[in-house]
Design a protein around this ligand. Structure first.
Ligand code: CMP
Length: 148
């Protein structure tokens, strides 16, 4: 039993589709407690900083354009093995390879052949990344561990 926190983003494609509630329901049904959340429309500077690790990748500019094309929901999820559990729920980064029943299979907007994968959700890939990504969007006092 290892309680972890992870950073989740519901991306502009999924927000525009009106599936925030359906995705939140998957978190709640799978033991991932939402302990902080907010909607924002990222600035170009914010999106470039958040995805700085991908700066040299060919899809970087398209990724930034995609992430600032509309508002996103950002949330901190907490639960047992939350990082791995959430990555399983999301499915493969390329929606073409996402398994049936995963969030990306059900809600991603592209077929996997686009310049950038409009893949509905983002999730941290390790404990170290999770800490950095949570701090990117939330102050410590905005996080509300469940007391009941
Ligand atoms: P995410 O999990 O938010 O992390 C980086 C994002 O870049 C990823 O989801 C996709 O939206 C996009 N991405 C990653 N790899 C590729 C790729 N090979 N081609 C296109 N887009 C990608």
């Amino acid at each position: 039993m290892a309680i972890e926190q992870t950073l989740s983003i519901i991306k502009p494609d999924a927000v525009a589709k009106g599936v925030i509630g359906e995705i939140y329901s998957r978190f709640e049904k799978n033991g991932l407690n939402i302990i902080a959340t907010r909607m924002l429309h990222m600035t170009r500077k914010q999106a470039e900083a958040f995805y700085a690790v991908h700066r040299e990748r060919p899809f970087f500019n398209k990724l930034v354009e995609f992430m600032i094309s509309g508002p996103v929901m950002v949330q901190v999820l907490e639960g047992d093995e939350a990082i791995t559990k959430y990555r399983e729920l999301m499915g493969a980064t390329n929606p073409k390879f996402a398994a049936p029943g995963t969030i990306r299979y059900d809600y991603a907007s592209d077929t996997g052949n686009n310049d950038v994968h409009e893949n509905a959700v983002h999730g941290s890939d390790s404990q170290e990344t999770a800490r950095v990504e949570i701090d990117f969007f939330f102050k410590r006092e905005e996080i509300c561990p469940r007391t009941r």
